[in-house]
Design a protein around this ligand. Structure first.
Ligand SMILES: [Cu+2]
Length: 137
C-alpha cells in the first residue's frame, strides 16, 4: 500500500515536470528533400548539438545546406544558378554525400540560437524553391 502510494506520487511528479509551461525544443530534425521542396518535421530546434537526418524522396540528387542568416528563405544571394553561400550568411553544416535518389544520412551540427535557412545548392535547385526557415532557440 505504502509503496503504491509512493509510485503514484512519483508518476504524478514526473507528469507534472513534463508539462512545464515551456516545452523544450527538440534536438533532432528530419528533413525530406524533393523537387522542389525542403520539408523539415519541425521548424524550431534547441541550440547545441542538433542531429539532422536528411532524406532524398525525389527523383534527382539533392543536398542539404544549413546556413545561419537573418535573410528570409527566398532572399538569399543567388545568381539564379547557385546561392552565394558566403554572401548570404554562414554555413554551419552541409550534408552532400549519400543523398542520391532514395538516400538518407544523419549528421550533427552545433547550432547557436538564431535564424537559419535550410536549402539545396545544386544547380538551379534553390531558385526552383528548395529552401525553408529554421529557428534555433
Ligand atoms: Cu536539390
Amino acid at each position: 500500500m505504502k509503496q503504491a502510494t509512493f509510485v503514484f506520487l512519483l508518476l504524478f511528479a514526473m507528469a507534472f515536470a513534463a508539462c512545464g509551461d515551456s516545452t523544450p525544443a527538440p534536438s533532432s530534425i528530419r528533413v525530406e528533400l524533393s523537387e522542389w521542396t525542403v520539408s523539415p518535421d519541425v521548424t524550431t530546434v534547441a541550440a547545441g548539438s542538433v542531429s539532422f537526418t536528411a532524406s532524398n524522396a525525389g527523383r534527382t540528387d539533392h543536398e542539404l545546406v544549413v546556413l545561419k542568416t537573418d535573410r528570409a528563405p527566398d532572399k538569399l544571394v543567388s545568381d539564379s544558378a547557385r546561392v552565394d553561400e558566403a554572401a548570404s550568411g554562414t554555413v554551419v553544416g552541409e550534408i552532400e554525400e549519400g543523398l542520391a535518389v532514395g538516400g538518407s544520412r544523419t549528421a550533427s551540427f552545433d547550432l547557436q540560437p538564431g535564424k537559419y535557412v535550410l536549402f539545396c545548392n545544386l544547380l538551379g535547385h534553390y531558385d526552383a524553391g528548395m529552401s525553408v526557415a529554421l529557428t534555433v532557440r
